[in-house]
Design a protein around this ligand. Structure first.
Ligand code: PBG
Ligand code: ZN
Length: 303
Protein backbone atom coordinates (compact mmCIF):
# COMPACT_ATOMS: atom_id res chain seq x y z
CA UNK A 1 0.00 0.00 0.00
CA UNK A 2 3.03 2.28 0.22
CA UNK A 3 2.83 5.03 -2.38
CA UNK A 4 6.33 6.45 -2.19
CA UNK A 5 9.50 4.41 -2.24
CA UNK A 6 12.90 6.04 -1.90
CA UNK A 7 15.72 4.62 -3.95
CA UNK A 8 19.41 5.32 -4.19
CA UNK A 9 18.67 6.07 -7.86
CA UNK A 10 16.85 9.22 -6.73
CA UNK A 11 19.98 10.83 -5.35
CA UNK A 12 22.56 13.24 -6.71
CA UNK A 13 25.58 13.86 -4.49
CA UNK A 14 27.13 17.36 -4.34
CA UNK A 15 30.94 17.47 -4.34
CA UNK A 16 33.31 20.40 -3.73
CA UNK A 17 36.58 20.53 -5.63
CA UNK A 18 39.61 22.75 -5.09
CA UNK A 19 43.18 22.80 -6.38
CA UNK A 20 46.04 20.78 -4.92
CA UNK A 21 46.80 17.12 -4.44
CA UNK A 22 45.73 14.65 -1.81
CA UNK A 23 43.46 17.28 -0.26
CA UNK A 24 40.45 16.32 1.83
CA UNK A 25 39.58 19.36 3.92
CA UNK A 26 36.65 18.88 6.26
CA UNK A 27 33.76 21.34 6.00
CA UNK A 28 33.00 21.99 9.65
CA UNK A 29 29.30 22.77 9.27
CA UNK A 30 28.74 19.74 7.03
CA UNK A 31 30.08 16.66 8.83
CA UNK A 32 31.22 13.97 6.39
CA UNK A 33 31.73 16.45 3.55
CA UNK A 34 35.04 17.79 2.30
CA UNK A 35 36.74 20.06 -0.16
CA UNK A 36 38.55 17.58 -2.41
CA UNK A 37 41.40 18.05 -4.84
CA UNK A 38 40.88 16.46 -8.25
CA UNK A 39 42.62 13.19 -7.31
CA UNK A 40 40.64 12.67 -4.10
CA UNK A 41 37.44 13.80 -5.85
CA UNK A 42 37.90 10.89 -8.25
CA UNK A 43 38.05 8.58 -5.22
CA UNK A 44 34.93 10.16 -3.73
CA UNK A 45 33.22 9.65 -7.09
CA UNK A 46 34.24 6.00 -6.89
CA UNK A 47 32.58 5.70 -3.49
CA UNK A 48 29.40 7.15 -4.97
CA UNK A 49 29.50 4.62 -7.81
CA UNK A 50 30.04 1.82 -5.27
CA UNK A 51 27.01 2.98 -3.30
CA UNK A 52 24.86 3.02 -6.44
CA UNK A 53 24.44 6.80 -6.53
CA UNK A 54 23.82 7.63 -10.20
CA UNK A 55 25.24 11.15 -10.36
CA UNK A 56 27.20 14.03 -8.89
CA UNK A 57 26.88 17.80 -9.01
CA UNK A 58 30.22 19.57 -8.84
CA UNK A 59 31.12 22.90 -7.25
CA UNK A 60 34.53 24.49 -7.66
CA UNK A 61 36.73 26.59 -5.41
CA UNK A 62 39.14 28.32 -7.81
CA UNK A 63 42.71 29.26 -6.96
CA UNK A 64 41.98 32.90 -7.48
CA UNK A 65 38.77 34.88 -7.66
CA UNK A 66 38.33 38.03 -9.75
CA UNK A 67 35.70 40.49 -10.95
CA UNK A 68 35.06 38.58 -14.18
CA UNK A 69 34.80 35.11 -12.60
CA UNK A 70 37.56 33.93 -14.97
CA UNK A 71 37.91 30.62 -13.15
CA UNK A 72 34.38 29.62 -14.10
CA UNK A 73 35.08 29.35 -17.82
CA UNK A 74 38.84 28.76 -17.85
CA UNK A 75 39.86 25.91 -20.13
CA UNK A 76 41.74 24.45 -17.20
CA UNK A 77 39.21 25.55 -14.57
CA UNK A 78 38.85 23.45 -11.46
CA UNK A 79 35.50 21.78 -12.24
CA UNK A 80 36.54 21.29 -15.87
CA UNK A 81 39.62 19.39 -14.68
CA UNK A 82 37.60 17.42 -12.15
CA UNK A 83 34.97 16.47 -14.73
CA UNK A 84 37.58 15.16 -17.14
CA UNK A 85 39.31 13.14 -14.42
CA UNK A 86 36.08 11.68 -13.05
CA UNK A 87 34.69 10.82 -16.50
CA UNK A 88 37.94 9.16 -17.35
CA UNK A 89 37.60 6.77 -14.44
CA UNK A 90 33.80 6.55 -14.16
CA UNK A 91 32.29 7.16 -17.62
CA UNK A 92 28.80 6.06 -16.57
CA UNK A 93 28.51 8.38 -13.60
CA UNK A 94 26.24 11.32 -14.48
CA UNK A 95 27.99 14.65 -13.98
CA UNK A 96 25.99 17.82 -13.43
CA UNK A 97 27.73 21.19 -13.59
CA UNK A 98 26.43 23.85 -11.25
CA UNK A 99 26.75 27.01 -13.31
CA UNK A 100 27.14 30.10 -11.16
CA UNK A 101 29.74 32.76 -10.49
CA UNK A 102 29.62 33.32 -6.73
CA UNK A 103 32.41 30.80 -6.18
CA UNK A 104 34.54 32.57 -8.80
CA UNK A 105 34.01 36.29 -8.19
CA UNK A 106 36.06 38.26 -5.68
CA UNK A 107 32.86 39.86 -4.33
CA UNK A 108 30.98 36.56 -4.04
CA UNK A 109 27.91 37.58 -6.04
CA UNK A 110 26.37 35.37 -8.72
CA UNK A 111 26.95 37.90 -11.50
CA UNK A 112 28.91 40.87 -12.77
CA UNK A 113 28.85 43.75 -10.29
CA UNK A 114 29.04 47.44 -11.09
CA UNK A 115 28.49 50.27 -8.62
CA UNK A 116 27.31 47.88 -5.94
CA UNK A 117 24.66 46.31 -8.18
CA UNK A 118 24.51 42.90 -9.79
CA UNK A 119 24.04 43.36 -13.53
CA UNK A 120 21.76 40.78 -15.10
CA UNK A 121 22.43 41.07 -18.83
CA UNK A 122 26.24 41.35 -18.84
CA UNK A 123 26.26 38.16 -16.76
CA UNK A 124 24.50 36.21 -19.54
CA UNK A 125 27.53 36.30 -21.86
CA UNK A 126 29.65 34.75 -19.11
CA UNK A 127 27.00 32.10 -18.50
CA UNK A 128 27.04 31.19 -22.20
CA UNK A 129 30.81 30.90 -22.19
CA UNK A 130 30.85 28.83 -19.01
CA UNK A 131 28.21 26.41 -20.29
CA UNK A 132 30.17 25.70 -23.47
CA UNK A 133 33.34 25.18 -21.45
CA UNK A 134 31.63 22.82 -19.00
CA UNK A 135 30.03 20.77 -21.78
CA UNK A 136 33.40 20.53 -23.52
CA UNK A 137 34.92 19.21 -20.30
CA UNK A 138 32.46 16.33 -20.31
CA UNK A 139 29.59 17.40 -18.08
CA UNK A 140 26.33 15.66 -19.00
CA UNK A 141 23.97 18.31 -17.66
CA UNK A 142 24.34 22.06 -17.18
CA UNK A 143 22.54 23.49 -14.15
CA UNK A 144 22.44 27.29 -13.96
CA UNK A 145 21.87 28.41 -10.37
CA UNK A 146 22.43 32.16 -10.61
CA UNK A 147 18.78 33.21 -11.04
CA UNK A 148 19.69 35.71 -13.78
CA UNK A 149 16.77 36.38 -16.13
CA UNK A 150 17.39 34.90 -19.57
CA UNK A 151 20.22 32.62 -18.47
CA UNK A 152 18.55 29.43 -19.67
CA UNK A 153 18.05 30.84 -23.19
CA UNK A 154 21.63 32.12 -23.32
CA UNK A 155 22.98 28.77 -22.20
CA UNK A 156 20.78 26.78 -24.59
CA UNK A 157 22.02 28.89 -27.51
CA UNK A 158 25.64 28.53 -26.42
CA UNK A 159 25.35 24.75 -26.08
CA UNK A 160 23.65 24.39 -29.46
CA UNK A 161 26.19 26.53 -31.27
CA UNK A 162 29.20 24.82 -29.69
CA UNK A 163 28.29 21.30 -30.75
CA UNK A 164 26.52 20.35 -27.53
CA UNK A 165 22.89 20.29 -28.60
CA UNK A 166 22.56 16.96 -26.81
CA UNK A 167 23.44 18.42 -23.40
CA UNK A 168 20.32 19.20 -21.35
CA UNK A 169 19.72 22.14 -19.03
CA UNK A 170 18.56 21.63 -15.46
CA UNK A 171 17.36 25.05 -14.35
CA UNK A 172 17.45 26.06 -10.72
CA UNK A 173 14.14 27.65 -11.65
CA UNK A 174 12.67 28.48 -8.26
CA UNK A 175 15.62 29.25 -6.03
CA UNK A 176 14.85 31.17 -2.88
CA UNK A 177 17.04 33.72 -1.08
CA UNK A 178 17.44 31.32 1.79
CA UNK A 179 19.25 31.26 5.10
CA UNK A 180 19.49 27.51 4.58
CA UNK A 181 22.50 28.06 2.28
CA UNK A 182 24.70 29.09 5.21
CA UNK A 183 26.93 25.99 5.45
CA UNK A 184 27.35 25.88 1.65
CA UNK A 185 28.94 29.28 1.69
CA UNK A 186 31.59 27.95 4.04
CA UNK A 187 32.03 24.89 1.81
CA UNK A 188 32.35 26.89 -1.40
CA UNK A 189 34.02 29.92 0.20
CA UNK A 190 31.40 32.05 -1.49
CA UNK A 191 29.58 34.40 0.92
CA UNK A 192 28.74 37.74 -0.74
CA UNK A 193 31.12 40.45 0.51
CA UNK A 194 28.32 43.03 0.58
CA UNK A 195 24.54 42.91 0.56
CA UNK A 196 22.70 39.66 -0.06
CA UNK A 197 21.22 37.71 -2.97
CA UNK A 198 17.66 38.95 -2.59
CA UNK A 199 17.77 41.05 -5.78
CA UNK A 200 18.04 37.89 -7.86
CA UNK A 201 16.95 34.99 -5.67
CA UNK A 202 13.31 34.67 -4.66
CA UNK A 203 11.45 36.01 -1.64
CA UNK A 204 10.51 33.06 0.64
CA UNK A 205 7.06 34.62 0.96
CA UNK A 206 6.29 34.14 -2.74
CA UNK A 207 4.55 31.18 -4.34
CA UNK A 208 2.95 32.57 -7.51
CA UNK A 209 6.26 34.10 -8.49
CA UNK A 210 7.88 30.67 -8.39
CA UNK A 211 5.44 29.45 -11.01
CA UNK A 212 6.25 32.47 -13.18
CA UNK A 213 9.98 31.83 -12.78
CA UNK A 214 9.57 28.18 -13.78
CA UNK A 215 7.37 29.12 -16.76
CA UNK A 216 10.06 31.48 -18.05
CA UNK A 217 12.77 28.84 -17.78
CA UNK A 218 10.61 26.24 -19.51
CA UNK A 219 9.90 28.70 -22.32
CA UNK A 220 13.63 29.36 -22.64
CA UNK A 221 14.34 25.66 -23.11
CA UNK A 222 14.90 24.11 -19.69
CA UNK A 223 14.69 20.31 -19.89
CA UNK A 224 14.42 19.85 -16.14
CA UNK A 225 13.59 22.25 -13.35
CA UNK A 226 14.54 22.50 -9.71
CA UNK A 227 13.04 23.86 -6.53
CA UNK A 228 15.49 24.89 -3.83
CA UNK A 229 15.62 24.53 -0.82
CA UNK A 230 13.45 21.42 -0.58
CA UNK A 231 11.69 20.75 2.72
CA UNK A 232 10.56 24.33 3.48
CA UNK A 233 9.19 24.64 -0.09
CA UNK A 234 7.25 21.40 -0.60
CA UNK A 235 4.16 23.40 -1.58
CA UNK A 236 6.13 24.98 -4.41
CA UNK A 237 7.62 21.64 -5.44
CA UNK A 238 4.23 19.98 -5.59
CA UNK A 239 2.74 22.78 -7.66
CA UNK A 240 5.67 22.92 -10.07
CA UNK A 241 5.47 19.20 -10.74
CA UNK A 242 1.70 19.34 -11.22
CA UNK A 243 1.70 22.43 -13.42
CA UNK A 244 4.64 21.69 -15.74
CA UNK A 245 5.06 17.92 -15.58
CA UNK A 246 8.76 18.16 -16.33
CA UNK A 247 11.45 16.09 -14.67
CA UNK A 248 11.64 17.99 -11.40
CA UNK A 249 14.49 18.13 -8.94
CA UNK A 250 14.58 19.31 -5.35
CA UNK A 251 17.75 20.37 -3.57
CA UNK A 252 17.93 19.40 0.08
CA UNK A 253 20.44 22.14 0.80
CA UNK A 254 23.35 22.46 3.17
CA UNK A 255 21.33 24.01 6.00
CA UNK A 256 18.71 21.29 5.85
CA UNK A 257 21.52 18.75 6.17
CA UNK A 258 23.34 20.65 8.93
CA UNK A 259 20.20 21.02 11.04
CA UNK A 260 19.68 17.27 11.12
CA UNK A 261 23.37 16.57 11.73
CA UNK A 262 23.58 19.03 14.62
CA UNK A 263 20.44 17.80 16.33
CA UNK A 264 21.53 14.20 15.87
CA UNK A 265 24.97 14.97 17.30
CA UNK A 266 23.20 16.22 20.42
CA UNK A 267 21.17 13.05 20.65
CA UNK A 268 17.97 15.02 20.13
CA UNK A 269 16.69 13.22 17.03
CA UNK A 270 17.11 9.87 15.34
CA UNK A 271 19.27 10.83 12.38
CA UNK A 272 18.49 7.92 10.10
CA UNK A 273 14.74 8.15 10.60
CA UNK A 274 14.57 11.91 10.30
CA UNK A 275 16.80 12.03 7.21
CA UNK A 276 14.85 9.30 5.42
CA UNK A 277 11.55 10.89 6.45
CA UNK A 278 12.69 14.21 4.99
CA UNK A 279 13.83 12.61 1.73
CA UNK A 280 10.63 10.56 1.46
CA UNK A 281 8.55 13.71 1.96
CA UNK A 282 10.48 15.51 -0.76
CA UNK A 283 9.84 12.65 -3.15
CA UNK A 284 6.17 12.37 -2.12
CA UNK A 285 5.71 16.08 -2.88
CA UNK A 286 6.84 15.52 -6.47
CA UNK A 287 10.61 15.36 -6.78
CA UNK A 288 11.82 12.98 -9.48
CA UNK A 289 15.32 13.30 -8.11
CA UNK A 290 16.94 14.87 -5.06
CA UNK A 291 20.25 16.64 -4.69
CA UNK A 292 21.30 15.70 -1.18
CA UNK A 293 24.35 15.62 1.07
CA UNK A 294 22.78 12.49 2.54
CA UNK A 295 23.16 10.57 -0.73
CA UNK A 296 25.83 8.16 0.53
CA UNK A 297 24.43 7.64 4.01
CA UNK A 298 20.89 7.23 2.72
CA UNK A 299 22.16 4.72 0.15
CA UNK A 300 23.57 2.64 3.01
CA UNK A 301 20.42 2.95 5.10
CA UNK A 302 18.26 1.85 2.17
CA UNK A 303 20.51 -1.06 1.23
C1 PBG B 1 25.43 28.98 -6.09
C2 PBG B 1 24.76 27.94 -5.26
C3 PBG B 1 24.41 27.99 -3.90
C4 PBG B 1 23.90 26.73 -3.59
C5 PBG B 1 23.94 25.97 -4.75
N1 PBG B 1 24.46 26.73 -5.79
C6 PBG B 1 24.61 29.04 -2.89
C7 PBG B 1 23.88 30.32 -2.96
O1 PBG B 1 23.07 30.57 -3.83
O2 PBG B 1 24.18 31.13 -2.09
C8 PBG B 1 23.42 26.32 -2.23
C9 PBG B 1 23.48 24.87 -1.97
C10 PBG B 1 23.40 24.49 -0.55
O3 PBG B 1 23.18 25.31 0.37
O4 PBG B 1 23.57 23.31 -0.30
N2 PBG B 1 24.63 30.06 -6.40
ZN1 ZN C 1 25.79 31.80 -7.12
Amino acid sequence: MRETELSVKDFILPLFVRSGKGEKRPISSMPGHFQYSVDTAVKAAGAAVQAGVPGLILFGIPEKKDAKASGAYAENGIVQKAAKAIKDKHPDLLLIADLCFCEYTDHGHCGIVKGGRVLNDPTLALAARTAASQAKAGFDVIAPSGMMDGQVAAIRRALDSSGHSDVPVLAYAAKYASAYYGPFREAAESPPSFGDRSTYQMDPANFEEALREVALDVEEGADMVMVKPALPYLDVLKAVKARFGLPTAAYQVSGEFALIKAAAANGWVDEKRIALESLTSIKRAGADFILTYYALEAAQWLA
